[in-house]
Ligand binder design. Structure first.
Ligand code: PAF
Length: 282
């Protein structure tokens, strides 16, 4: 696996491959890779001639009180995992490479970013869309891979790809979970033993709501009430939001008619955890 820290370095490696007609797949990450990331990487390697991953903890998507400084990092371990999975190029830029002095162009996607994480974390999706578009422009992939765990992010990136006519096939792959149901996340590393023990309640609450949906419940309020009730079993869980939204545009729905999802974000002693479950008829 080659490693590049500069945009010029990435372009030097990829230009001849693109000219030779190779299909390029791309997995953007913030590193500290877990099995969820690796499922994206494995799919990317399987479906493309050339696979590129990026590791960049993007300051633009962290609010002033967020965990930018303590976000977990493991460049050596990440490099070994990516190389073993068959990635051809890993791009690991410094912050100044992506946001040089004088940088002043931002990408904003409307509507799908209004609620949930967009409402709780001002500037979050602007930071994500800006860096993802920049990474797309640097790598110029034919295909890109995102995880369903960050569903609002995936829907936002899909909107941006469509709106800006980017020629990128987007794949959104299922959330990978620990055996007890907790969605894999780099932030799980922050959880102490007690918080780790209650964290699976998120998935339990969501699967309980999905079971009620399958039994015929269509009221968003009823499903949210169920999720809230299960989470209330652990007083340490502070709910930020529990939302039932339309899968296409992330707008809240009162009664589910079509593909939807229940998404939630909670705080567990300073650690933000998100999860969701898709609700589909049939
Ligand atoms: O999902 C993430 O890890 C990040 O939001 C992404 C897509 C790499 C952009 O920084």
């Amino acid at each position: 696996m080659q490693r590049a820290t500069t945009i010029a370095g990435v372009r030097e490696v990829l230009k001849p491959l693109r000219a030779a007609g190779k299909r390029i797949g791309f997995v953007p990450t913030m590193g500290y890779l877990h099995a969820g990331h690796m499922s994206l990487v494995e799919r990317c390697v399987a479906e493309n001639d050339v696979s590129v991953a990026s590791i960049f903890v993007n300051p633009a998507q962290f609010g002033p009180n967020m965990d930018l400084d303590r976000y977990p990092r493991d460049p050596e371990g990440d490099g070994a995992k990516l190389a073993a999975a068959g990635v051809d190029l890993c791009f690991e830029p410094a912050v100044e490479e992506i946001y040089p002095e004088g940088f002043g162009t931002w990408v904003e996607v409307d509507k799908v970013t209004e609620g949930m994480d967009g409402a709780s974390r001002p500037g979050y999706f602007r930071g994500i869309c800006t860096v993802v578009l920049k990474l797309f422009e640097i790598v110029r992939p034919d295909a890109a891979y995102f995880g369903e765990k960050d569903l609002q992010q995936a829907v936002t990136v899909r909107r941006m790809i469509e709106d800006l006519h980017l020629e990128i096939d987007l794949s959104v792959l299922p959330t990978v979970r620990e055996p007890d149901g907790l969605a894999m996340s780099s932030r799980n590393a922050y959880l102490n033993d007690e918080d780790r023990a209650v964290a699976p309640l998120l998935h339990e609450a969501l699967t309980g709501a999905a079971a009620r949906f399958r039994e015929g419940e269509r009221s968003a309020d009823a499903l949210v009430a169920h999720v809230r009730e299960v989470l209330a079993r652990a007083p340490a869980i502070a709910v930020d939001y529990i939302s039932v939204v339309d899968l296409r545009d992330m707008q809240p729905v009162e009664s589910i008619d079509g593909d939807a999802c229940i998404a939630l974000a909670v705080d567990l002693h300073g650690t933000r955890l998100i999860d969701n479950i898709i609700l589909r008829d049939g």
